[in-house]
Ligand binder design. Structure first.
Ligand code: SIN
Length: 293
């Protein structure tokens, strides 16, 4: 898959409507990843579903989505924006992941990204992605059902992310997205109870960037599959750090809420200025460069 620039919208808070995806393309994203979609409609959790902390957001939305059948029209519309459309999918079994992925690809998705890393919905997400055997089965089933690239979004909430990455790669993953959110919670000191209705959620934003960079670095050392860096990228320097760690592209999510959608243009320009200043001809020349020292 070729991108006009190495920035992508991360699956997350935005991305359930073609209109919101279109705004992100106008803001400069080289590709868009939708919010995760499943086989059936899901309401998600009751409010509050997001808490702002000093260095990021904790969310537990509960995978709200209209279901793939209804979502197909958003995929059709998103296809007109001229950048690759990657549909994030989840399921409660390998078969379900495969069915949703096939429907997404049939509707025009350029790739699917398997959400095997949502840290707070039972029987899907990280309950699949934390177990290399179950993860491999999901990846194999999806690979057998679609002829487009399959990305696997990994959880940082594991002992050894490189081992999980290797299981996904051996099962046929075409790219690995690292990382999803870090399991977290916040408690209101006045009411004395957890703030999120689901109590626990996933931390995103600047607080998790060093964790994400470390994960990309470790995966790059173990697995020869393209890595998409994700986690706390808010400026061009953050993006370059991920590329140096081994990512070939980066995903941006929480920074849109913190800084607005123009963050894509700023990061893109900043990466280009860095490459020129350092005498590099392309992003490819700096991918994994930190491993050479
Ligand atoms: C959510 O919808 O709750 C977030 C999904 C995720 O963390 O993967």
């Amino acid at each position: 898959m070729r991108l006009g620039n190495p920035t992508m919208l991360a699956s997350g808070i935005l991305g359930l409507s073609a209109e919101s995806l279109g705004n992100i393309v106008m803001a400069g994203a080289g590709a868009i990843v939708t919010k995760s979609v499943g086989l059936k409609p899901r309401n998600g959790y009751a409010n509050p579903t997001i808490v702002q902390t000093s260095y990021g957001l904790i969310n537990a939305m509960g995978l709200p989505n209209p279901g793939i059948t209804e979502f197909v029209k958003e995929i059709h519309e998103a296809k007109s924006f001229g950048v690759p459309v990657i549909v994030s999918v989840y399921g409660f079994s390998a078969e379900e992941y495969a069915t949703v992925a096939k429907k997404a690809v049939d509707a025009g998705a350029d790739a699917v990204e398997l959400n095997v890393s949502c840290p707070h919905v039972e029987e899907t997400g990280s309950e699949i992605g934390q177990n290399p055997k179950i993860l491999a089965e999901v990846v194999r089933k999806v690979k057998a059902s679609v002829e487009k690239p399959v990305f696997v979004k990994l959880s940082p909430n594991v002992t050894n992310i490189a081992e999980i990455a290797e299981a996904a790669a051996k099962a046929g993953a075409d790219a690995l997205t690292a990382i999803n959110t870090v399991k977290a919670m916040a408690i209101d000191t006045e009411t004395t109870v957890p703030i999120l209705s689901n109590k626990k959620g996933g931390l995103s934003g600047p607080a998790i960037k060093p964790v994400a960079v470390r994960c990309v670095y470790e995966i790059y050392e173990r697995v020869k599959v393209p890595i998409i860096g994700c986690g706390g990228i808010t400026n061009w320097r953050d993006a370059v750090e991920f590329l140096l760690a081994g990512a070939t592209a980066v995903q941006i999510g929480t920074a849109i809420a913190l800084k607005g959608p123009n963050v894509f243009k700023k990061i893109k320009r900043g990466i280009n200025a860095y490459l020129r200043r350092k005498g590099f001809k392309s992003v490819n020349e700096i991918v994994g460069l930190s491993h050479c020292s």
